[in-house]
Design a protein around this ligand. Structure first.
Ligand code: ADP
Ligand code: GLC
Length: 484
């Protein structure tokens, strides 16, 4: 079986969030099952700088008028073949995959990813003439929403899967832009890609694909409701029989406290948990600029890593912190960036409590790993969370997550209650309402258990010993690729 996996990001060459992690791990896990899987990425400038062994695989003339070059490339961490869709006027730029250096969406995003998607369909159909034709095309999020649609135009269409990693981002274009993109006119109809007077690239993915997957079973249910559906619930209802939730895994080689190269000290479920976590906590606090003169505290250290956006509910945590600082000896560490307003509020808290609230506003792989290892608890109060990877990292690192009962968080975290503790099932803390009060109450419950070291150690070992690897999910995808 031959699979073309098309994505707009892939760790470690380009990543803005979990999609980059998944695009790295899933194709490798599928390839381990004996499938010939190849990944296609846009040739962003930053990617061209990261990879080696660039070779021109051929040229693809596209119906949209663009001519793109396909490069094959290598990277020491990537073991599956990598194709880069090279269209310098669209991708060879200074900035992020979707935003310019000022943080604004690129004005021509629709064109950039329409061209990328069309090129991927041509690759799948062996228009390079290299005797490689895809049986299955796996597209991801709105950036490749048009790919199942372009595939449907091929004389022998491959089977297409469209994975929704986040329904809230869809990329809509107006009629003028739609015409400029030169897309088939019938795509602009309610039955296909038209969505409230615009063309939605996400909707094209939903409608034209043979199968829609999303990244957790709970999210697969949630997106059919008006609360989480972002207007797409009726569309998803209509296609309910081709919608499946498959839980993401984590890259358990990169995220392993026994070998993680970013850590100060290693530990594992069978040993050195206390000393290992203590050494990492010291390194983390030093890196965050905590004063070494400040009196040591045994209070819990709560960590947060991620995009500072509405989805993640960080504002709820910021609301809860003043009360928690007053009622406990907890401290907080943040690594992330995003909305200006949330960043400003966070900075104000760090200034008001310089030895108890710490923040690194930016992206740091090392700090992300140190937070997982050095903290006692990991806060993820997301309003919605299609899957979420950090809660699984933190489970593996002996740092119980405190999460809201939604999406992949609900599918991976089991709340500590007298019953689940007695049954040795509990691995974290779960709360219902998206309010600061509910989050505060969950954190207070966590602090209480934290003060019982024996019970605490028992609980963290449950998370550390669980398997969050990709194999099980990869096997599920394989069945879906085969249409079973
Ligand atoms: P999302 O994709 O919605 O952002 P996920 O939990 O699926 O959320 O994945 C986020 C990924 O990005 C994780 O690997 C996380 O560690 C990483 N990440 C997010 N923000 C940062 C940051 N500021 N520094 C380092 N890593 C980050
Ligand atoms: C999205 C979601 C996140 C998920 C990730 C990978 O960015 O927000 O919950 O884990 O994709 O599927």
């Amino acid at each position: 079986m031959r699979v073309l996996f098309a994505s707009s990001e892939m760790f470690p060459v380009v990543k803005t969030g979990g999609l980059g992690d998944v695009t790295f791990s899933l194709p490798h896990a599928i390839s381990d099952l004996g499938v010939d899987v190849r990944v296609a990425l846009p040739a962003y400038r930053s990617v061209l700088e990261e990879v080696e062994g660039l070779r021109v695989a051929g040229w693809l003339p596209l119906a949209s008028g663009e001519e793109v070059r396909i490069l094959s490339a290598r990277h020491s961490a990537i073991e599956v073949p990598l194709w880069l869709v090279d269209a310098p006027s669209l991708f060879d730029r200074v900035g992020q995959p979707y935003t310019d250096p000022h943080g604004h969406d690129w004005g021509d995003n629709a064109r950039r990813f329409s061209v990328f998607s069309e090129a991927c369909a041509m690759l799948a159909d062996d228009r390079l003439g290299i005797d490689w034709r895809a049986d299955v095309v796996h597209a991801n999020d709105w950036q490749t929403g048009l790919l199942p649609a372009f595939c449907a135009l091929l004389p022998t269409p491959p089977r297409t899967l469209f994975t929704v990693h986040n329904l809230a981002y869809d990329c809509q274009v107006d009629f003028r832009t739609f015409n400029e993109l030169g897309l088939p006119t019938y795509w602009w109809s309610m039955e296909f890609g038209e969505f409230y007077g615009r063309l939605s690239m996400l909707k094209c993915g939903l409608v034209f694909s043979d199968l829609i997957t999303t990244v957790s079973p709970r999210y697969a249910q949630e997106i059919r409701t008006s609360e989480f559906g972002y207007g797409y619930a009726p569309v998803l209802d209509r296609y309910a029989d081709k919608l499946v939730g498959v839980l993401n895994g984590i890259d358990d080689k990169t995220w392993d406290p026994a070998t993680d190269t970013f850590l100060e000290a290693h530990y594992h479920a069978a040993g050195k948990i206390r000393s290992g976590k203590r050494a990492n906590r010291t390194a983390l606090l030093a890196a965050m600029g905590a004063s070494t003169e400040a009196p040591a505290t045994d209070g819990p250290l709560i960590g947060s890593v991620g995009r500072l956006v509405y989805q993640k509910g960080i504002d709820l945590l910021l609301d809860a912190i003043p009360n928690l600082l007053a009622s406990s000896d907890a401290r907080f560490v943040f690594v992330g960036s995003g909305d200006r307003e949330i960043e400003q509020r966070l900075l104000a808290l760090t200034h008001a409590h310089p030895q108890r609230v710490f923040a690194h506003l930016g992206y740091s792989e090392r700090l992300a790993h140190l937070v997982e290892a050095g903290c006692d608890l990991f806060a993820m109060p997301s309003r919605y969370e299609p899957c979420g990877l950090n809660q699984m990292y933190s489970l593996r690192y002996g740092t119980p997550p405190v999460v809201r009962d939604t999406g992949g968080l609900a599918d991976t975290v089991i709340d500590a209650s007298p019953r689940t503790l007695a049954r040795q099932e509990a691995n974290g803390f779960v709360f219902e309402e998206a309010t600061a009060e509910a989050l505060q109450a969950a954190l207070e419950r966590a602090f209480e258990l934290f003060r019982n070291p024996k019970q605490w150690m028992k609980m963290i070992k449950i998370g550390m010993r669980s398997d969050y690897g990709w194999r099980r999910s990869a096997e599920q995808y394989l069945l879906l690729y085969r249409g079973e």
